[in-house]
Each structure stands twice: as structure tokens, then as C-alpha cells.
Design a protein around this ligand. Sequence first.
Ligand code: GNR
Ligand code: NI
Length: 186
Amino acid sequence: MALRDIIVLPDARLRLVSEPVKAVDAEIRALVDDMFETMYAAPGIGLAAIQVGVPRRVVTIDLAKKEEPPQPLVFINPEIVSAADEKSVYEEGCLSIPEYYEEVTRPVAVKVKFLDRDGKAQEIDASGLLATCLQHEIDHLNGVLFIDHISKLKREMVVKKFKKAARRGEHPKPKVEDDKPSHHIG
Ligand code: GNR
Ligand code: NI
């Protein structure tokens, strides 16, 4: 088990379309173990392999609250089979866009087929936070970020902020909501 580094905006790898897993072997299970360790340490409720720089279709999720026992969920090659017409709004965040949060509208429920960590085909009817999180993670596998679902103005402001932080070699934790013209901060 090892902690892996989480890549952040504007890392171009976040825009890759991840490749399907051909066989759920020891290497994939080691990746899954590292993803859980990294996700719990962050902490986050979900992680896609590309967020640790691995362009494979692997997702980990754990929605258990701090005081509850862990409920680790693994989704390999997940595919949305169907989505509810009804939408829900949730304030999302992303470990690859640290400290930025915005409301995203998505289907309130999705049916997802996937392989489990034994390589066995499974299907799940997800609703609520699990549906939101699964859609957020499956987006990552397709190079899509939650900021792609918000207004262009907000998205461009976030991307600009992270590009500037990267140029300056800053630890990428800008506070986008208190954005001020750069001449005010030097
Ligand atoms: O930790 C996370 N929280 C979260 C909150 C609302 C909607 C989605 C998420 S997933 C996120 C971790 C992450 O970046 N996964 O890709
Ligand atoms: Ni994310």
C-alpha cells in the first residue's frame, strides 16, 4: 500500500480518456488499494485512477461518515446504463480542483454496470450522493471535470486561477471565491 500524489488543474492528464481494464489482476488490485489509501488520506469520498495519474477506468468511493465503519466501493469499467429524467443539484468539489465548490445539476439516479474487484460483472441502482459521486467519477474517466457542468465564466475563472498558481509554483490551494485583481496582491 502506498499513498500516491493527486494531480491537480491545469494538469493535462485530467483531460485524458482512460482505457478500459482488460483483466482485474494483482496490479489493478494494488492500484485500488493505493487509491483507497490516497482517497482516505485526502480526505475524499471518491477517486478516479487518472487523479493519481493512471489512465485506467477504475473508481473508488466511500460515502461512510467519519463515525461509521468504512464502506469501500470499487467500480471497474463503470458504464451508465440509464439515468433518471429527474435532476438534483449538489454542491460538488474535486480533489483535483482543491478548495473550489460549486452547484452541479445531474440526474438524481443512475443505473451503472461495472466489474467488482474480483472481476465479476455487477449492476447497481444508485441515487442520492452515490449517484452524484458515480457520475462525477465516470466523468473523470472521460476527461470531464465538474467545472465543465458550470457556467463558462465561472469555469474560466477557476482555470485561470489554477494556471496562475502553477506558473508561480504555488501550492495549488487558491481561494477562487475571494478572487481579486492580481495587482492588489502583487
Ligand atoms: O471528495 C469529493 N467530494 C465530492 C463532493 C461532491 C461531489 C463529488 C465529490 S467527489 C470528490 C473527490 C473527487 O474529486 N473525486 O473525483
Ligand atoms: Ni473529482
